[in-house]
Design a protein around this ligand. Structure first.
Ligand SMILES: [Ca+2]
Length: 207
């Protein structure tokens, strides 16, 4: 009976930890300030951060109309500054395209990023970006995750948004929602699961 109880508890521990580790991404809070080009006052950069986004929305929730959309004027590339108020350490981004009026226009295909703990003071960097996120989905407005290829840190971010389809007659690319994402270490979750499971089994053997 006691052994059965211990086994049940061990199984429950594994299930609980598995549930806690189900969120592959942790959404980082939006910047406290952002600036950049806008098609007009209805399409400001702030519209990238005007919706409620939780960890569970990543890869699942569709934004776009009626959610506010950011759009630059013309195909760009469009250069944006963000201040997060304190240093962040993202490993990925979540991006929802703007719906736009034309199927092949108004979408972003790649974003170049520079991270710094010093304010860019409105001067866009001229050196190579720290990393580039390739935005592969241009057909819906779901908040899809994309890797940064590593972990990058800084309070200030300069971001260059590149059109997915340059050269179109009409093209005002932008997005519906954007967030940086932290990616929890899977190894630590696995170790915690194994440690708790082993502890419960050891307890059952002693009885
Ligand atoms: Ca929005």
């Amino acid at each position: 009976m006691l052994r059965h109880l211990a086994t049940t508890m061990a199984a429950a521990t594994v299930i609980t930890l598995a549930a806690q580790s189900a969120a592959a991404y942790q959404v980082i809070a939006p910047p406290v300030a952002s600036s950049g080009p806008q098609y007009d006052g209805n399409y400001s950069v702030a519209k990238l951060f005007d919706a409620s986004v939780t960890d569970g929305d990543v890869g699942v929730t569709s934004y776009g109309n009626p959610d506010g959309q950011w759009a630059g004027f013309g195909e760009g590339p469009h250069e944006v500054f963000m201040d997060f108020g304190a240093s962040i350490s993202p490993s990925a981004i979540a991006y929802a395209q703007r719906s736009g009026d034309l199927a092949d226009a108004d979408k972003i295909g790649a974003v170049d990023f520079w991270f710094s703990d010093t304010d860019f003071a409105g001067i866009f960097p001229v050196d190579a970006p720290d990393t580039t996120a390739t935005i592969t989905n241009t057909t819906d407005t779901i908040l899809h995750p994309y890797s940064l290829g590593g972990t990058f840190s800084g309070q200030y971010v300069a971001a260059r948004f590149n059109a997915a389809s340059p050269g179109l007659a009409i093209n005002n690319p932008g997005g519906s929602e954007f967030r940086f994402l932290a990616v929890p270490e899977p190894s630590s979750v696995l170790l915690a699961t194994l440690a708790c499971t082993g502890f419960a089994y050891w307890g059952s053997r002693r009885r």
